[in-house]
Design a protein. Structure first.
Length: 298
């Protein structure tokens, strides 16, 4: 249990709950909402229990309850109000908060319980778009601000990856119904961040196309033998950290030389590293700023 983060700064609470530190201090002073510990240098320190309470209070305030009313409720009543609203609205904000708590505690059962509850009313695709994508964006920001550690990020992304793989496998038992083109999905050398590409693969299969997923860190020299897979083959890659922005044009030139010599092969690119590239596409290369942009071209 020693690897579980138990104490949080007010900045951590601000990042995790979306409530300004100034507001948290006001809620403490005016409503006695939280009672932080103090370090020897008089800096506030909050327990995991306080974080959980603030997440629920924030959820109620964002749902239309006044803080003056919420502050008069005991914790059991706060939890009951939250459960009631979640039951009525199947709220994505509360699900995201539950996944955050699961991440902070490395709590597999809370992750699975929250996910199973969501599946009662939502498809996996809805869960990923409405819940997981905003959650992953928040997690990236939390990691950048040192609110969470790399182990927190790896824990939650691995569980999301598992769900992606399971739901993609379900679709793969169905025969592709669109045979005008096929997709080869891979990550370039030294690129290991595959969650985005896994979701693109899920969407391509979901849309009824043939797809071969090669995974992370693939050399260009490994790709030419894939050209016999289908007459109209489209290569799809997701650049998160590799190649560096200043090397992308060189990478595309190498792709054309190594993969496109025998047949003019199409290359579709997504990811953080291509965000600043011009969205103007030619007949072979397409750059997408989001998965939604790519789906519109399918």
């Amino acid at each position: 249990m020693n690897n579980i983060k138990q104490h949080f700064s007010i900045k951590d609470l601000e990042n995790l709950c979306g409530v300004k530190a100034h507001t948290i201090r006001i809620w403490e002073k005016r409503y006695n909402l939280l009672t932080p510990d103090r370090t020897e240098s008089n800096i506030r320190s909050y327990s995991l229990h306080s974080l959980q309470k603030l997440l629920n209070v924030t959820y109620l305030v964002n749902s239309g309850y006044k803080i003056s009313r919420v502050s008069k409720l005991n914790e059991e009543e706060i939890n009951e109000y939250v459960r009631r609203i979640v039951s009525d609205n199947n709220s994505k904000n509360q699900a995201i908060n539950s996944f955050k708590i699961a991440m902070l505690n490395y709590d597999l059962q809370l992750f699975l319980t929250t996910y199973d509850k969501l599946t009662e009313r939502r498809s996996f695709r809805q869960i990923f778009i409405d819940i997981f994508m905003p959650l992953l964006t928040e997690i990236g920001l939390l990691w950048q601000t040192d609110t969470i550690s790399a182990s927190h990020e790896h824990f939650i992304t691995h569980l999301i990856k598992q769900k992606l793989l399971v739901n993609t496998e379900k679709l793969q038992y169905e025969k592709p119904v669109k045979e005008d083109k096929a997709f080869i999905l891979y990550l370039p050398s030294n690129e290991i961040h595959e969650l985005g590409l896994l979701y693109v693969n899920y969407e391509i299969v979901h849309h009824g196309y043939k797809a071969i997923y090669l995974g992370p860190s693939i050399d260009l020299e490994s790709l030419p033998n894939m050209l016999s897979f289908h007459e109209n083959t489209i290569f799809v890659s997701y650049f998160t950290i590799k190649p560096e922005k200043h090397k992308i044009k060189e990478y595309i030139s190498d792709f054309d030389r190594i993969v496109g010599d025998k047949r003019k092969s199409k290359l579709w690119l997504l990811g953080r590293q291509v965000m600043n590239l011009s969205s103007e596409n030619d007949s072979l290369h397409s750059y997408f700023h989001s998965v939604e942009d790519l789906l519109r071209k399918l």
